[in-house]
Design a protein around this ligand. Structure first.
Ligand code: HEM
Length: 599
């Protein structure tokens, strides 16, 4: 069987598009020559065939620019300010952004552009509009008040399809409604407060930390949390734990002693699954960064194919078993198709979904989407919480006091304890403000529209139909005009003192770590519960945390020149990077001191 790779498909389509105008030209010239005996010299035909595509493209660019200007004027609006690169099609800007993305601090370069152009500007790469915003009024329109005019879009869908399929994360319109309404009933309060499940995995994670600390070596907290959330999510969603916490934790590059590896077959399988799961996500996030030409990086094959084989080999038998179980139950008439709200106790997401669909593709897409949406996000947020607790001992101390006061040194926290812990919630929110785990996102405008001008003395901004509108909550969360002069400082009290009224209560759309509107994160409450539970368990068991920066591989440490930069960048002690979500490059290596819980 001939396998068409994404790259070959892309080139073939491109050749068809680029080949049609010259082909039509040659046909027209031949028929002209035959009908009117008017031979066209070959050199003229060859030259015009070569020039026709660039000429048509230039004409298209000029006429559409003109039409946009006229439409903007007709609507009493203006075009978005454009960034001006020096290379054709602003390709130099694309290159610069890619380099900054890989070697800089998140959003490097963008703050400066904001200073010049304001919080919304057109990056216009290859003459295609890309109107970027970090303005709450625009983000509110995109996500909530004009929700129906914005989609993730077909390009996003195609880029992500080989991993996310058409699941809730990667669909629009009716398909998205179908997936969302299927899954939503599963996230009821009772289900997302299943602390017994968190507790078992938290115990294992804490035991690993203690063992590592007793051996005198640091632990990569980020890696530990990725395993904790993978095990909790797989059990919560499929009823089968991946057991990645048992698969042998990494040692630092400068370890004084690394015990010989002895993996059980189960641990080896867990490792293989976790690696394949990560690799498939890394591939699709790098596709996003290449933009629409990403298939050219996959000329020889779809890079998600091999890792997805491993992921699917894990998921498919679970799905098949759930379908069989449902079929058998239906035969004995034990079950009827249940209405949305009837999610029964002890049921996993798969058990719930098979009552609504028996299509294995729908089931796989949906469960995998939820796992991707819910796993790295919580793991990375927990990592950044611990990073801040290590950096700010006064916050650590106050939070620990709240925990010991409300829950005690050993008791298992419950839903009501968590609800009551204001400082804990403030610490989590302040972490999500400075490190929102989905820092950049994107949508596409279906119809033309206008956005209010960030500068009230100027006309609204015109958004043409089909425009890509990337937006960044990372930048918005750090704007001094929205959060006050100390916006770049880590200070959980801003969610508790008069600043709350002054900033956030005036405009809730300045804080959007979970998005907003109809596509708001489905797992928000689950995430708050899981993270709160885990932080409480840690602070009950450990009385201090410190960063071990020497354990971070040298190439992953914040570059020395950052010390001269403005804002948080100058004090950062990890290198925050972004693939689909934000993470600490090289891991978060920490040492923790065990608390004396005997008293
Ligand atoms: C700190 C933790 C989390 C953060 C910061 C977070 C953030 C987000 C954000 C920003 C989106 C919007 C993405 C977009 O529209 O492109 C989203 C969507 C989503 N999240 Fe979360 N999330 C977290 C945890 C979770 C968890 C634990 C789950 C489930 C177990 C989950 C399930 C989902 C789902 C299903 C969507 C797609 C909603 C839709 O498109 O209708 N999330 N999340």
């Amino acid at each position: 069987m001939v396998v068409v790779t994404p790259g070959i498909d892309f080139i073939a389509r491109g050749l068809v598009i680029v080949g049609i105008p010259p082909a039509l030209l040659v046909i027209a010239a031949r028929s002209l020559a035959a009908s009117y005996n008017f031979p066209i010299p070959t050199w003229v035909l060859v030259t015009t065939s070569l020039l026709i595509v660039p000429l048509l493209s230039a004409a298209h660019i000029v006429t559409t620019s003109f039409a946009k200007r006229r439409r903007a004027a007709a609507l009493g609006a203006r075009l978005a300010p454009e960034i001006e690169g020096t290379a054709i099609g602003n390709l130099d800007m694309l290159k610069k952004m890619r380099t900054l993305w890989e070697t800089g601090y998140p959003a490097d370069g963008m703050m400066e552009t904001f200073g010049e152009k304001g919080p919304a500007f057109n990056m216009r790469i290859m003459w295609s509009d890309l109107i970027f915003t970090a303005h709450p009024d625009h983000i509110k329109l995109i996500l909530a008040t004009d929700f129906n005019n914005y989609v993730k879009g077909s390009r996003f869908h195609k880029t992500m399809f080989s991993v996310l399929g058409s699941g809730v994360f990667n669909s629009d319109g009716d398909m998205w409604k179908f997936h969302r309404s299927m899954t939503r009933p599963f996230f009821t309060r009772d289900r997302i407060s299943d602390f017994e499940l968190f507790d078992r995995h938290a115990d294992t994670a804490i035991a690993h930390i203690k063992e590592r600390m007793r051996s005198g070596q640091p632990i990569d907290f980020q890696d530990l949390m990725s395993r904790f959330t993978l095990d909790s999510a797989s059990e919560f969603l499929f009823g089968t734990c991946v057991h990645s916490l048992t698969a042998g934790l990494p040692y630092p590059h400068n370890a004084s002693y690394v015990p010989p590896e002895s993996k059980t077959p189960q641990a080896a399988r867990a490792d293989q699954f976790a690696r394949a799961f990560l690799e498939s996500q890394e591939v699709i996030s790098s596709r996003e960064r290449y933009g629409w030409i990403w298939p050219l990086a996959e000329i020889w094959g779809d890079k998600t194919k091999e890792p997805m084989k491993i992921v699917n080999a894990y998921l498919d038998p679970i799905i098949q078993e759930a379908i069989e179980k449902q079929k058998a139950a239906a035969k004995t008439e034990q079950f009827e198709k249940k209405a949305e709200s009837n999610v029964t106790d002890g049921e996993t997401l798969i058990d719930h979904l098979v009552r609504l669909s028996s299509d294995p593709v729908v089931l796989r897409d949906e469960t995998l989407n939820i796992m991707i949406a819910g796993r790295d996000t919580t793991a990375a947020t927990l990592t950044f919480i611990v990073y801040f607790l290590a950096m700010y001992p006064a916050v650590f101390k106050r939070l620990r006091e709240e925990i010991l006061d409300k829950v005690g040194p050993t008791e298992r926290p419950g839903y009501d304890d968590i609800k009551d812990m204001k400082y804990l919630r403030a610490v989590i929110n302040e972490t999500l403000r400075l490190f929102p785990i989905v820092p950049f996102n994107t949508r596409e405008a279906i119809n033309e529209t206008t956005w209010p001008s960030p500068d009230p003395t100027k006309k609204p901004i015109y958004i043409p139909a089909g425009t890509k509108v990337p937006y960044s909550v990372f930048l918005m969360h750090r704007r001094k005009d929205l959060w006050g002069p100390d916006a770049e400082e880590f200070d959980p009290d801003r969610f508790l003192d008069e600043r709350l009224k002054k900033y956030l209560m005036k405009n809730a759309f300045i804080f959007l770590p979970f998005n907003a509107g109809p596509r708001i994160c489905l797992g928000q409450q689950f995430a708050y519960n899981e993270m709160s539970f885990m932080v409480i368990r840690f602070l009950q068991q450990f009385s201090s945390i410190s960063l071990d920066e020497d354990a971070v591989p040298p190439e992953s440490r914040p570059p020395a020149e950052w010390a001269q930069a403005a804002g948080r960048k100058s004090i950062e002690r990890v290198w925050p990077k972004i693939h689909l979500t934000m993470y600490a490059s090289g891991g978060l290596w920490v040492r923790m001191k065990e608390a004396d819980t005997s008293a």
